[in-house]
Write a protein that binds this ligand. Structure first.
Ligand code: ATP
Length: 439
């Protein structure tokens, strides 16, 4: 039986209507044994979970497991992180916990959030909060509140469930139909202004859709497209979009996610040059890709000006902006690489100075086997070739210090790359020839 069918059979009798609400809410309570959550984690995560369970049961502190961990437990897939919400003051809870467990804590008083680190494991504990968006795309105003408000501020129903940490087998708190959407494989927003409030959710939607093999629910998709058409995307800063890109870079199906975001219109709305998914095609199905692989695929066919504009829009760090520039430069010099096919030294002069990671990415996913071979040989062999003689050796052979030394070294290097000379003796003979020809 498929995953969705198993969940459907377990939990539900509830139907999402076309407008996103629910009919006949006869949801069966869905309980999760906390011992099973505990069995799925270890180290610092287990220590924090156990301490919080004790706090919830013995001192009746309202603490909940929220978000991805609840979602993934219901789906039967490994838990990535544990995120907890405290109704009250999470920073006090987290600080006490870190002290008791000999861990460290990083607190953001203003946001009421804390990260506890124990044995290298990090766990986020946040104060339940309400968020209000003063203007579309801006960062929200945050005020401390209750669990309902905290779940209502979240992106999708499947991420808006909570599990109380008291008792042995508590029921999932699911005010937005997350269990139903898990059963149906739907990504659904909680209210119609969701994408207008925070357009970064457009990329989050494709990320969960492609990661879980789900579908963005039809009314959610309609709202997403409406927000794009209303011009909401440009209001969001490059830094915030780049952070969502980075989350996709860390996923196994990042190429599928970017392709889908292009198809839906989100990437073109971030920057019009990001509207062609041809470069992503060779990456589909590949896992373990690097940020450079993704960047190269996204910008490969752009003009240098468009590449720079994309780097600026996403406020890319210097090294990533360089990858973008060099990927495009490499694409532009590809015809010349073929024209100079027989001269390895000429190919090296074209490639020297370009970012090796960009060359590696182009080699990995080039559709052209000949070009890929040349790029790989450049990286593995040709760029490592050195002459035996140094500038000092040349001066010892009678050349006067100055520009000429560099020119002769370059000539030797090219001759070595092109296989005209190989040993030091041959290098010396060539230098003597150059000296005697006097040019
Ligand atoms: P996972 O959900 O698997 O932990 P993730 O890395 O995307 O993946 P985070 O980005 O850490 O998770 O988000 C954790 C939770 O915070 C989400 O499950 C969601 O409930 C909430 N969240 C994060 N970003 C947003 C957002 N932009 N809008 C609303 N809720 C958000």
């Amino acid at each position: 039986m498929c995953l969705h069918a198993i969940i459907s059979a377990q939990i539900l009798v509830l139907h999402r209507t076309a407008i996103g609400g629910f009919t006949t809410p006869e949801l069966q309570p869905h309980s999760i044994p906390l011992d099973q959550i505990a069995a799925a984690v270890s180290g610092g995560q287990l220590a924090v979970l156990s301490a919080l369970r004790q706090l919830a049961s013995e001192e009746e502190v309202p603490v909940y497991l929220v978000g991805g961990a609840v979602r993934d437990y219901v789906l039967g897939i490994p838990t990535r992180d544990l995120d907890f919400v405290v109704v009250g003051n999470a920073t006090i809870v987290a600080t006490e916990l870190a002290n008791n467990l000999s861990g460290t804590v990083t607190v953001h008083q203003r946001f009421g959030t804390a990260t506890v680190e124990i044995d290298g494991d990090r766990v986020d504990i946040v104060t339940a909060r309400k968020e209000a968006y003063a203007s579309p795309g801006s960062l929200p105003k945050v005020s401390f509140s209750d669990l309902n408000d905290d779940l209502a501020r979240r992106d999708f129903s499947i991420n808006a469930m909570a599990l109380p940490l008291s008792g042995e087998s508590p029921n999932v708190i699911d005010p937005h139909g997350g269990l139903h959407d898990l059963a149906n494989g739907s990504i659904a927003i909680l209210h119609s202004d969701s994408f207008t409030d925070d357009p970064t959710r457009m990329l989050r939607a494709v990320r969960y859709e492609q990661r879980l093999g789900f579908q963005i629910f039809e009314t959610t998709m309609a709202e997403l497209k409406k927000s794009i058409n209303e011009g909401r995307v440009p209001a969001v800063s490059g830094d915030r979009w780049r952070q969502e890109f980075q989350k996709i870079f860390d996923e196994d199906r990042g190429s599928e996610m970017f392709s889908r975001a292009i198809e839906i219109g989100t990437l073109p709305a971030i920057h019009p040059a990001l509207s062609n998914d041809a470069g992503l095609a060779p990456l589909i199905g590949e896992t373990g890709l690097s940020p450079c692989d993704y960047l190269a695929a996204l910008v490969r066919d752009l003009s240098p000006d468009d590449g720079d504009a994309v780097s600026q829009r996403l406020n890319l760090p210097i090294d990533w902006a360089r990858m973008v520039r060099d990927t495009i430069a490499l694409k532009e010099i590809t015809p010349t690489i073929f024209e100079t096919a027989s001269k390895i030294s000429a190919i090296c002069r074209l490639l020297d100075g370009l970012d090796p990671e960009s060359i590696a990415a182009s080699a990995r996913f080039s559709q052209d086997a000949q070009l890929a071979t040349k790029l790989r040989r450049y990286l593995d062999e040709w760029r490592l070739v050195r002459t035996a003689l140094t500038g000092d050796d040349l001066m010892g052979m009678g050349l006067t210090p100055g520009v000429k030394i560099g020119e002769v070294l370059q000539e030797l290097h090219s001759a070595k790359l092109d296989g005209l000379i190989s040993s030091e003796t041959e290098e010396r003979a060539m230098v003597n020839q150059i000296i005697s020809r006097g040019s």
